[in-house]
Design a protein around this ligand. Structure first.
Ligand SMILES: [Zn+2]
Length: 466
């Protein structure tokens, strides 16, 4: 049998309004039709998802799985640097093995119906392969998660800058995976061509069961990366063709630090003992950093809470830049109103991220959408591209899943036990409780998700109502 017809309470097509009582017809590895169910009924056997919605595949453009053991976000006491200290303390004191922390993040990401994710890594890639194996979820279908592993790089002194450059080179060459990679020492590197060749040849996707890991770099933030380290990251990204992610204009104190080398972030770095007289010797502006970053093939500006009009005008029309907005994390810190609507109006690609459990209660893009539905007064159809198509573009992934005829059968399916009685999808989503999500990539995934949804509803029917 080559054709399958799936029925949902709603289908959200690539363009246009949600279709109530919608049908999606698949033929082999392609979506053939997305229409009201009554127009498709009778074509072939029907798999009815019932109280469920088919959405475009969700993309979480920014997270840190290493904090997945946190039950609740770390409270911001007085100022952001207190929160940064608390995060570092938590990382040092956790007893959970690294691969298990990552595995928890993977499980949560899959359970949230995420199809692709931008993960910030503070450890070697080999931990990710171990985590993928440890994350095995017997009740999860065999969906493929696309994970960009952005290796975090921090350096404000000669020694830490050199070490970070070595780490970056090893990461993009695949050397941190444990085999096959070639480490390149920047202090003894040969010609630029030799380095380029070795990097190009080995920069790769590392495949694990259920997850494809793709290599990328993250010079951490303007306050933790010296200008020569940033230059080396941009150069390496350009030569290896990998994306860069940088926490950017996250805190207002960054500007004082870059301009004069003073302020609360300087005190924070001094207390950690990670900076010296060279760290902020040359005054820099965020605009100059953007000019530097513009040479990279793809740049994710994470947060951008304090981006100015001039900076937004700079990234406008420069296709390599994306802005990643983390709505609930932004609210957690009580930052001023986020400039994402202005960025979007200027044509900047705006994607969504959850950030980590250190500033967010969970890693669900659907919950970010719910938060925005409640706070922005924009309809779901206006917000969904941020959580899907724009995320693909930010991460440099082909955006094939758009729930339209001719597209690959990629989607996020959300099923609820018993949805609220409403004719509006936005309200249904806001009021829905007790749900299950799946990222689906091919007909087998859709069939498996349908079967799992049926079993889950049957099991839950016998339990106490929630
Ligand atoms: Zn972050």
């Amino acid at each position: 049998m080559d054709e399958w017809l799936f029925r949902f309470r709603w289908v959200v097509p690539d363009r246009g309004d949600p279709i109530p009582d919608g049908g999606v017809l698949l033929c082999r590895d392609q979506i053939v039709a997305v229409e009201p169910f009554r127009r498709l009924a009778g074509k072939c056997g029907v798999l009815d998802f019932g109280d469920a919605v088919a959405l475009p595949p969700l993309v979480n453009a920014h997270t840190h799985w290493e904090f997945s053991d946190l039950g609740t976000p770390i409270v911001v006491d007085r100022q952001p640097t207190d929160w940064l200290h608390a995060v570092i303390r938590h990382r040092r004191n956790t007893h959970c093995p690294r691969h298990e922390l990552l595995a928890r993040g993977i499980r949560e990401t899959l359970a949230a119906g995420t199809s692709a994710v931008g993960e910030i890594a503070t450890c070697e890639l080999s931990h990710y392969a171990a985590a993928a194996a440890a994350a095995h979820m017997p009740h999860t279908i065999a969906a493929k998660l696309q994970c960009l592993v952005f290796r975090e790089l921090i350096g404000l002194r000669d020694d830490s800058v050199k070490a970070a450059i070595r780490t970056a080179q090893r990461h993009v060459s695949g050397g941190e995976h444990g085999n096959g990679g070639r480490s390149t020492d920047p202090t003894s590197a040969g010609s630029a061509e030799t380095t380029t060749r070795s990097v190009r040849a080995e920069a790769t996707t590392v495949k694990s069961p259920g997850i494809d890991f793709m290599l990328a770099l993250s010079p951490h933030a303007p306050y933790s990366v010296r200008d020569d380290l940033l230059a080396a990251c941009v150069d390496l990204a350009r030569r290896a063709g990998v994306p860069l992610a940088m926490h950017f204009a996250e805190f207002s104190a960054e500007r004082e630090l870059l301009a004069r080398g003073t302020g609360p972030l300087r005190e924070f770095l001094e207390r950690l003992g990670v900076c010296d007289a060279t760290s902020f010797a040359t005054p820099r502006t965020h605009l100059e950093l953007l000019e530097q970053l513009a040479d990279a093939p793809r740049v994710l500006l994470i947060h951008g809470n304090h981006l100015t009009e001039v900076e937004l005008q700079f990234i406008r029309g420069r296709e390599q830049f994306s802005l990643v907005y983390c709505p609930r994390t932004h609210a957690h810190f009580g930052h001023p109103t986020h400039p994402w609507p202005r960025a979007a109006a200027l044509g900047v690609n705006v994607a969504l991220g959850t950030d980590s459990r250190a500033s967010n209660p969970d890693l669900s893009l659907l919950n970010e959408l719910r938060f925005l539905l409640g706070s922005s007064r924009l309809p779901l159809t206006a917000l969904l591209p941020l959580a899907s198509r724009n995320g693909c573009r930010a991460l440099g992934l082909p955006c094939t899943g758009g729930l339209c005829p001719g597209a690959a059968p990629q989607a996020t399916i959300l099923a609820v036990r018993q949805g609220p009685k409403t004719e509006r999808l936005d309200r249904w989503l806001l009021q829905s409780r007790s749900e299950r999500c799946w990222a689906v990539n091919d007909p087998i995934d859709w069939i498996a998700a349908h079967e799992t949804a049926q079993k889950w509803r049957t099991t839950n029917r016998s339990k106490t109502p929630e």
